[in-house]
Design a protein around this ligand. Structure first.
Ligand code: C2O
Ligand code: CU
Length: 459
């Protein structure tokens, strides 16, 4: 496949978009302790934000008027009670991506909030859930549009006993922005619908190639969210020392030295980054070239600068504990299932399929049991990468098949997204601790909207 189609998109110079601004701090959602919960209000509404100098403001859809949405931070054991109001012209939901919370509070497509309506979301964060999560809309058929118009925010769960609490933290939300000549958010092209949307700009906390200060020898803890619709970001900090310390569902057992890290759409990572400023290497955070099997658009063939890093003064390097947390491997599964991704390019109405089917709200694809360990084999027989995501719990990848043979996963980690390239397979284990319907889908949001999604009914 792949007759390349390069869409004409105005560049930063044409739009006057500035780079190199200081990394914006994320706004926080104000929470008030009342009736045994932390209470807050969230709305989704159209808002115009000044983005481009000398142009009229860009119309976004935003949570509480901010892009990204306000960050929510709680501790294990705490309860969030949130009033949500939908002021959008479309039905929406608030999905709490990755959090182990009851199905009826999880904002799945079965529970839409109609325009002009509201609802309360309430859930308690269980012990062991410390990690980096996010929230975004999940109405069937409109998820991609609502996210690319600006609806997404981060959710951090803290533990009282955090071995990295001594490191200064930076939170980086990576999102994708596609603008037309007037500086308006462009609609999805045919290539976007097929490949998943990519714009001209990857933003960090809503800014294009902003700048962060890192002392020489300073060790910082970075939480990174891939909130783009479709980009597989192969992240690297060529001039610095980088250890992977956490994944979607919190810390891993031991820090792992990494040269680069593939972060698929929807996924998160925690890194311990030490400022080394190695001579002759780019000082910033970049996304290295990565080909994801696109059908229509060109592949990313150059390193993409995401964030500049400025050298601060020299400081004493903080220690990195040798062991971070214990993760018990999930025991042998009592159920095994297969999930096959495929594409049917001859059928525009149902192009992206799971086990040969397109999503149907009224069909339960699998029935599972509360507390049972399941093992799923996710088999990508399509031509593009498809990042697999499951709601309601975190999973452990046990093995990957690269087309030649199975390879054991080298370390234990809690994840809720795993990228599956074409002709590859992944085996993963999980347990669902609460009943109700749980979605599983490709986290390229255009593919999800097009039907690459199913439901596991847990009873
Ligand atoms: Cu991040 Cu089903 O979604
Ligand atoms: Cu996909």
């Amino acid at each position: 496949m792949g007759e390349e189609m390069r869409e004409a998109m105005p560049d930063a110079a044409a739009l006057g978009l500035a780079r190199g601004l200081p990394l914006p701090e994320l706004k926080r959602l104000p929470l008030e302790r009342k009736d045994g919960a932390l209470q807050g209000c969230l709305n989704a509404a159209a808002v115009s934000l000044p983005l481009l100098p000398g142009k009229s403001a860009t119309a976004f859809w935003a949570y509480n008027d901010s892009v990204p949405g306000p960050a929510i931070e709680l501790s294990e054991g705490e309860t969030l009670a949130l009033r949500f109001d939908n002021r959008l012209p479309q039905p929406t939901t608030v999905h709490w991506h990755g959090l182990p919370i009851p199905a009826d509070q999880d904002g799945n497509p079965h529970d839409p909030v109609q325009p002009g309506q509201g609802r309360d979301y309430r859930f308690t964060l269980p012990a062991g859930s410390a990690g980096s999560y996010w929230y975004h809309p999940h109405p069937h058929g409109h998820t991609a549009e609502q996210v690319y118009r600006g609806l997404a925010g981060v959710f951090v769960v803290r533990s009282g006993d955090d071995p990295l609490a001594h490191l200064p933290e930076r939170w980086l939300v990576l999102s994708d922005l596609k603008l037309d000549e007037d500086g308006k958010i462009a609609a999805n092209s045919d290539a976007d619908k097929m490949d998943g949307r990519e714009g001209q700009f990857v933003l960090v906390n809503g800014a294009w190639q902003p700048k962060l200060a890192l002392g020489i020898g300073e060790r910082q803890r970075w939480r990174i969210w891939n909130a783009t619709s479709a980009r597989v970001l192969k992240l690297a900090l060529p001039a610095h020392e980088v250890w992977l310390v956490g994944t979607d569902g919190g810390l891993i057992e031991k820090p792992r030295r990494v040269e680069s890290l593939v972060l698929p759409p929807g996924a998160r990572a925690e890194l311990a980054v030490t400022g080394r400023f190695a001579a002759g290497k780019p000082a910033g955070l970049v996304a290295l070239p990565y080909a994801r099997g696109k059908m229509m658009g060109p592949e990313q063939d150059k390193a993409l600068p995401l964030l500049d890093i400025e050298a601060g003064s020299a400081v004493v390097t903080a220690s990195l504990p040798a062991s971070l947390r214990r993760i018990d491997p999930l025991p042998k599964p009592s159920v095994t299932r297969r999930v096959v991704f495929s594409e049917d390019m001859a059928n525009p109405a149902a192009m992206f399929l799971i086990n040969g089917k397109t999503f149907d709200m009224d069909r339960m694809d699998f029935t599972g049991k509360v507390g049972a360990v399941e093992e799923w084999e996710v088999d990508n027989r399509a031509d593009m990468d498809h990042p697999f995501h499951l709601h309601g719990t975190q999973f452990q990848v046990t093995e990957r098949h690269d087309g030649k043979g199975w390879r054991r996963e080298p370390y234990l980690a809690w994840r809720d997204v795993v990228n599956v390239p074409p002709a590859q397979k992944v085996r993963l284990r999980f347990r669902q601790d609460m009943p109700g319907p749980r979605m599983f889908h490709c986290h390229i949001l255009e593919h999800e909207d097009a039907g690459m999604m199913g439901t596991l009914d847990v009873r």
